[in-house]
Design a protein around this ligand. Structure first.
Ligand code: ADP
Length: 450
């Protein structure tokens, strides 16, 4: 780049009069070509923006640069920000509303502008009138799209203290022109990738729900058939146990049979509960009230097992759409799992809160935590690590299908690495956040008789 000369923004590249200028222009063109070549192969938006910033800092000899472009899916503003060399500046300060005077001037000019030149033209834009001089921004360069502004590159003054020249502005103009295509490509690629990811997740959810619905219908039918003979076997076992009290060895064997029968009975009971015909319609539910009722129901059992419950945030939660019984079943399951994870007792902390979209309830225990390889399978049907056949491995998979039926989700992690306790987080959309009550009317909760 050549030395200081009065900056005259947006001068055309054509019209080089001296061979020295022609050589410089060829050199610049070659540099721009190489830069744009390398940028066009980068499809990761963050890596691309970092590359743009580092190139600008290097090529222009400035002390800092920032760039803001459109976030995929956002149409009214530029808010995807990267910056280098500026300290203590919140990312949001660089954001640009596309309807703002600042955006309009940049879009109309479509070339780099000195901040001193742009300030008098945006006096109706108080944020940038204050912000640009305050942070020592010297130059702004738009990424111009045909219909609207695509991004903005901000730079600090040159490190050598020289003013920006016409050549600098021209060079930066060429780079931003090339870059804006690369940025468009990267953003498009990212949106496509995101859409593909969402599609895959939706398809997996569908397959899982289908599988669970089929499993539900089948299980309900089997459970129905198995339940009666099971009851009869248990009764007879009890009779035999009384008769055999004097024969310890046979009694041991019989007790083992009884344990196994109890296990079958537990599985059947859980399946019957989970897939019981439920004619209730989804309704607005106060999760806080459901949690209160669950704690009253479990208080005695938890206390007996040395579990203290600390709860907070149950009051004044927004309503959710769902069915009360299945939701209660979810919370009971999570509380009892926490109890099982703390065989020597401990504290179970249940907190509820809400943001713009979701009501979130967390169950945090002080138990054994979740092994890394178990995290993946936690919600799979029949996955259980509980000893002596005490677990059925159905609880969490049923919880997940219930919550997904309400448009919600459940996730689990260790509090702070394995062995530090686990936290299970339930998120359900709040009523005013566009939840779809019909979605919860799936046949997951319907038995064959419904
Ligand atoms: P079950 O309780 O019958 O085993 P679940 O589906 O409810 O079935 O749980 C599956 C498995 O998830 C449990 O066996 C246990 O390994 C793990 N798990 C559930 N809750 C916790 C918890 N709070 N802490 C650690 N592991 C847990």
């Amino acid at each position: 780049m050549s030395g200081p000369a009065p900056a005259k923004p947006c001068a055309p590249l054509a019209g080089a009069h001296t061979s020295k200028e022609l050589i410089r222009q060829l050199f610049d063109l070659n540099t721009v070509f190489e830069i744009s070549q390398s940028f066009h192969s980068v499809l990761d938006t963050h890596a691309l923006l970092d590359g743009i910033i580092m190139t600008t800092i290097g090529q222009m000899g400035v002390g800092a640069a920032a760039v803001v472009v459109q976030m995929p899916g956002e149409s009214q503003r530029l808010s995807l920000t990267r910056s280098k060399g500026w300290v203590d500046i919140d990312d949001s300060e660089w954001h640009v509303e596309l309807r703002s005077p600042f955006a309009k001037v940049l879009h109309n000019e479509a070339c780099p502008l000195l901040v001193d030149d742009i300030l008098p033209r945006i006096d109706t834009d108080p944020h940038f009138v204050d912000f640009l001089p305050r942070v020592g921004c010297a130059l702004v360069a738009p990424f111009a799209g045909r219909d609207r502004l695509r991004g903005v590159l901000y730079t600090a003054p040159k490190l050598n203290g020289h003013p920006f020249t016409n050549d600098d502005l021209q060079f930066l103009g060429m780079i931003t022109q090339q870059i804006s295509i690369a940025v468009d490509n990267a953003i498009l690629y990212e949106s496509e990738r995101r859409a593909a990811r969402e599609l895959i997740a939706a398809r997996e959810r569908l397959v899982r729900n289908e599988r669970l619905a089929t499993l539900g219908r089948l299980s309900a039918a089997i459970a129905h058939e198995v339940n009666n003979p099971l009851g009869i076997i248990r009764n007879y076992l009890q009779v035999m146990r009384d008769d055999l009290a004097a024969n310890p060895h046979t009694l041991d064997t019989l007790n083992m049979v009884a344990d196994e029968v109890d296990r079958i009975a537990r599985i059947v009971r859980q399946l019957l509960d989970a897939f019981r015909p439920d004619a209730s319609r989804p309704a607005a539910i106060d999760i806080g009230e459901v949690l209160d009722a669950v704690l009253v129901f479990l208080r005695g059992e938890l206390k007996r097992d040395g579990v203290t419950v600390e709860s907070s945030g149950f009051d004044n939660l927004p309503f959710i759409i769902g069915r009360e019984d299945p939701l209660r079943q979810v919370f009971i399951n999570l509380a009892l799992n926490a109890r099982d994870a703390m065989p020597d007792g401990g504290t179970l902390t249940i907190t509820a809160s809400a943001d713009d979209e979701f009501v979130t309830v967390s169950f945090t225990d002080e138990g054994c935590g979740i092994a890394a390889d178990a995290l993946e399978q936690l919600f799979d049907p029949f996955f259980s690590t509980k000893k002596d056949g005490r677990g059925t491995g159905l609880g969490l998979s049923i919880c997940r299908s219930i919550l997904e039926g309400f448009g919600g989700r459940i996730e689990a992690e260790n509090v702070d690495g394995p062995g530090t306790g686990a936290v299970f987080r339930v998120c359900v959309p709040r009523v005013d956040a566009g939840s779809d009550p019909l979605q919860s009317d799936t046949d997951l909760q319907q038995g064959p008789d419904s």
